[in-house]
Design a protein around this ligand. Structure first.
Ligand code: NAD
Length: 362
């Protein structure tokens, strides 16, 4: 395998008792930010990503190039490749896996249901099998989603609330992922932390998400579609800035403990944890658009229609008490400030492509 000789220095921590982390989905939005943050504080990082074309692969390549410029190695491979994973865990004694690779987005599932099964179910099981066999056995921190709360109308959402009404196949696969990881925890003793992210946004974000596609359309003078709920109630999201999510991920890794021993020989029950990582202040989609209009100095052409009943939920709102208590998590960036940073990045990246790789990250 071409990467075998290249990953050693990338995986080795540069500080005492630093972590050695495999980041799946490292060329993705959250994965690239987390990889860089881990590397910057002296942890060893190896990335894995299949660079799939769900959205513009050149953006994934650009993020990955930025990671390379910091000597973070990103393997081009799939989490379903058991052979690759077993070689990788044989080569590197990872202390942790930050599992962020997934098929994201709710609408894509209508045309491409199998890609959710491939990455979010089969891929997750493949990864957990590799972790189970690894020696030492790394602690797993992985991305679930606020979408597991589905059509639950009790807000704010707490970790102990019902998650029995997923509104999309994406949500269903994240809910299934929670059951699957829980099973690997209590049967095989894997240390598991599931993070329910709430609508993450920021520089180097995902082009399929509303704040990003609205920015593109507003600048091009094209119409945007804004959904409203029943009785014309505005949709609202607990938009959470990427740097806050990164801090939550790193705190989860730091508190996840290290290996519980190899081959299921555990020293007591391994932890199974679930945390909301949100911002606790939902903002409506029309307000999001008006903030963007201000920063972009352009008016949006709005096409307001009723939300189709196959994917979106009317609102999300995180209760983050548990993450505050156990992780010291505290979001610090409001939507105004975060969108300002996003727009600054967007204009630099798309108006000035030659300098894009050096653009400020996060
Ligand atoms: P992203 O699409 O930018 O990143 C995911 C990365 O995983 C992509 O680069 C993709 O190429 C890679 N990938 C997908 N399937 C793979 C496979 N089978 N093998 C290897 N690589 C694969 O998405 P993101 O926004 O960075 O999300 C990261 C995680 O957080 C995902 O699990 C997502 O479901 C979850 N999440 C994100 C949000 C959000 O608002 N961004 C909200 C809730 C949950």
């Amino acid at each position: 395998l071409h990467w075998e000789r290249q990953i050693g220095s990338s995986a080795t921590p540069r500080r005492n008792s630093g972590l050695s982390v495999l980041v799946t989905g490292a060329a993705g939005f959250v994965g690239s930010h987390c990889s860089l943050a881990l590397h910057k504080r002296g942890d060893g990082v190896v990335g894995l990503d299949n660079f799939n074309p769900y959205y513009d692969p050149s953006l994934k390549k650009a993020r990955s190039a930025l990671l390379s410029s910091h000597s973070i190695f990103v393997i081009d491979g799939d989490i379903n490749d058991a052979n690759l994973l077993s070689k990788l865990f044989d080569l590197v004694p990872f202390s942790h896996v930050l599992h962020l690779a997934a098929q994201a987005g709710v609408r894509y599932a209508i045309e491409n249901p199998s890609s959710y099964v491939h990455s979010n179910i089969a891929g997750l099981v493949s990864l957990l099998e590799a972790v189970k066999s690894a020696d030492p056995q790394p602690a797993v921190v992985w991305a679930s989603s606020s979408s597991v709360y589905g059509l639950n109308d009790k807000v704010p959402f707490s970790e102990s609330d019902q998650t029995d009404s997923p509104a999309s196949l994406y949500a269903a696969t994240k809910k299934a992922g929670e059951e699957i990881t829980h099973t690997y925890n209590h049967i095989y003793g894997l240390s598991i932390t599931g993070l329910r992210f709430f609508t993450v946004y920021g520089p180097w974000g995902r082009p399929d998400m509303a704040y990003f596609s609205f920015t593109k359309a507003i600048l091009a003078g094209k119409p945007i579609t804004i959904y409203h709920g029943r009785d014309r109630v505005d949709l609202a999201r607990d938009f959470t800035y990427i740097d806050d999510i990164v801090r939550g991920c790193l705190a989860s890794l730091d508190t996840a403990g290290k290996s519980t021993g190899s081959g299921g020989k555990k020293r007591g029950p391994a932890p199974y944890r679930i945390f909301n990582l949100g911002n606790t202040s939902p903002v409506t989609v029309p307000t999001l658009v008006s903030i963007l209009e201000r920063y972009l100095k352009a008016k949006a052409k709005k096409n307001v229609v009723e939300m189709p009943g196959n994917g979106d939920v009317p609102f999300t709102h995180a209760n983050i008490t548990l993450a505050m208590e156990e992780l010291g998590y505290k979001p610090t960036t409001n939507l105004e400030t975060g969108l300002k940073k996003f727009v600054k990045w967007y204009l630099a990246y798309y108006r000035n492509p030659p300098r894009q790789i050096k653009t400020h990250f996060g």
